[in-house]
Design a protein around this ligand. Structure first.
Ligand SMILES: NC(=O)c1ccc[n+]([C@@H]2O[C@H](COP(=O)([O-])OP(=O)(O)OC[C@H]3O[C@@H](n4cnc5c(N)ncnc54)[C@H](O)[C@@H]3O)[C@@H](O)[C@H]2O)c1
Length: 313
């Protein structure tokens, strides 16, 4: 199926993530069955969706007069069977408990037609070993970020049997929804962002436990450094600005190394200063590259100061 032909979907689980994902689908003109266990959970979900839509309208991301039609496209239900019947796409967003997800996928496998994609929003479970479905080539992970109606990224992760068409369809559908999909080559626990975030968490927890810095000091340090640079150079391109030769020396001082960095340094590709590193700067001079970066840093700094981002929330 072409992503543009998706007219209906079911979202199973209407909690922190599910309600907002259903909203994003409905905003793109798709009829959505939103399923949870109780009427109370669904009522809470609809109230949250209304509030989310108000905020989006407040920030001119959505015309106010579109809100009633979006809400009409969301069909809350406690009956998975009727909600999932005949849909063009199914997304599981229930609790991160293997047995619960396994049961939901067995139900979706029974109810949904054999050719529609079954996706999971798991944060890192190996859904491909957990779910038992007749056509495992249609099983895929689409991992959204909270709050889904605001954060653009969706990680699309295939399992060992997921077909390339299913991956392409899922990424295409995310684009249609206005999201920025990043497709991983294969399933690895925690995917890209949580893998990075987990390492940050370990470092933070160690610092707090040992009392090396207070929570406020750690956040101050991060907001006044990485907070400004990350949106501009990410976590990989930043090496090009440090200089890959220095990065390699630092690694060696810790008693480690990395073949990619060794190779680049051997070739004389040291980053921005040689116009080639992990990125290729197309022969631009170091001054040109740094000016472009610094304009962006300064705009970011101006804006963060303007909104008082360095104060605590
Ligand atoms: N919270 C986050 O920031 C976040 C981010 C990315 C991914 N995720 C993943 O998304 C999934 C959902 O997380 P959440 O934070 O929305 O959880 P949540 O607890 O807020 O919501 C889960 C919902 O699923 C419902 N549910 C449980 N069993 C069900 C069933 N059999 N049928 C229908 N509904 C059922 C629960 O009643 C609950 O409302 C998890 O896999 C989680 O790891 C969460």
């Amino acid at each position: 199926m072409d992503p543009k032909d998706v007219k209906s979907a079911v979202v199973v689980g209407a909690g922190v993530m599910g309600h907002s994902i259903a909203q994003v689908l409905a905003q793109a003109g798709i009829e959505v069955g939103l399923v949870d266990l109780t009427k109370e959970a669904l009522e809470r979900a609809i109230n949250l969706i209304k509030s989310n839509l108000d905020i989006l309208a407040e920030f001119n991301r959505l015309p106010n007069d579109e809100i009633p039609a979006i809400l009409e496209r969301i069909h809350p239900s406690t009956d998975l069977v009727s909600a999932a019947q005949g849909v063009d796409f199914a997304l599981e967003v229930v609790v991160e408990v293997a047995d619960v997800k396994k049961k939901v996928f067995s139900q979706l496998d029974e109810i949904c037609s054999e050719d529609i994609v079954l996706a999971s929003n798991t944060s890192g479970l190996d859904i491909f070993s957990i779910a038992e479905v007749k056509n495992p080539e249609r099983l895929v992970i689409s991992h959204w970020f909270a709050p889904p109606h605001i954060i653009p990224l969706v990680e699309v992760v295939p399992g060992p049997k997921t077909s390339p068409d299913v991956v392409a369809f899922t990424a295409g559908l995310m684009k249609r929804l206005g999201k920025k999909p990043v497709v991983m080559k294969e399933f690895v626990r925690s995917f890209i962002v949580n893998r990075i975030q987990n390492q940050i968490s370990l470092a933070v927890l160690e610092m707090l436990e040992k009392g090396w810095a207070t929570p406020q000091e750690i956040d101050m340090a991060v907001k006044n450094s990485l907070g400004i640079r990350l949106p501009i150079v990410g976590v990989v391109q930043t090496y090009d600005f440090t200089g890959l030769d220095l990065v390699l020396d630092i690694m060696k001082s810790y008693g480690v190394s990395h073949p990619l960095f060794e190779e680049k340094v051997k070739q004389g590709h040291l980053g921005a200063k040689t116009s080639k590193g992990l990125y290729d700067y197309g022969g631009r001079s170091e001054e040109e590259i740094l000016k472009k970066r610094d304009r962006l840093y300064l705009r970011m700094l101006d804006y963060l100061e303007h909104i008082s981002a360095f104060e605590s929330v």
